[in-house]
Design a protein around this ligand. Structure first.
Ligand code: URA
Length: 204
């Protein structure tokens, strides 16, 4: 008697999705990164937060937003009434892209083909979590979620698109604030970011 055919299940839980993301070869970024950094957070989160890609610390830890940009996000989100632990936090690109410089690894922006390749995983996460709102932070997340590369500063603060039926609220990336050299400008931009997060929270 032939054994019954067992179909390989679809990624129906986060652990399986994590394993599948770690086996991904859809673009070359897996070659140099330590590991894929999958999204993390509650399975029933109302809010999904999408950043750019793991940085140096995230690549080593295997967790999103644990470095300086993540700490900045956690603080301002808390001030805006968003608890990071209740959100599903992820990135548009799952592997760290960098060039080595001595002992350091210098962040490189992902390009359009890498962003497109990784959309598969972002969409899988959205299908699994089914959030009420997606908070898209920075140009890479905006490109992944809306398909448009238009500058984020002129688009921030509103819902511009839907992904899988879920509204996408656009804002800047917290590392943009960290890079601003002028303290007064940084303070202004931090206030605008906080206001964006409050406005996103009001849509939940
Ligand atoms: N920046 C991101 O976009 N994502 C991270 O996980 C860390 C830094």
């Amino acid at each position: 008697l032939a054994a019954p055919r067992v179909l390989r299940p679809m990624a129906d839980d986060l652990d399986q999705l994590k394993a599948e993301e770690n086996a991904c070869t859809r673009c070359p970024l897996y070659e140099n990164a330590t590991q894929a950094v999958p999204g993390e957070g509650p399975r029933d989160a109302d809010l999904m937060v999408v950043g750019e890609q793991p940085g140096d610390q995230e690549d080593l830890a295997g967790r999103p937003f644990v470095g300086p940009a993540g700490q900045m996000f956690d603080r301002i989100a808390r001030e805006a009434g968003i608890e990071r632990d209740r959100a599903f936090v992820t990135n548009a690109v799952k592997h760290f892209k960098f060039t080595p410089k001595g002992k350091r690894r210098i962040h490189q922006n992902p390009n359009t083909s890498e962003i497109k390749a990784c959309r598969f995983w972002v969409k899988s996460e959205i299908e699994l979590i089914r959030p009420k709102l997606i908070l898209s932070m920075g140009g890479t997340a905006a490109e992944s979620l809306t398909g448009s590369r238009k500058g984020i500063l002129s688009r921030r603060g509103s819902i511009e698109a839907t992904e899988g039926g879920v509204p996408v609220f656009l804002t800047v990336h917290p590392s943009y604030l960290l890079r601003l050299p002028d303290p007064a400008l940084r303070e202004d931009e931090t206030e605008k970011f906080r206001a964006d997060l409050k406005s996103a929270q009001a849509h939940l």
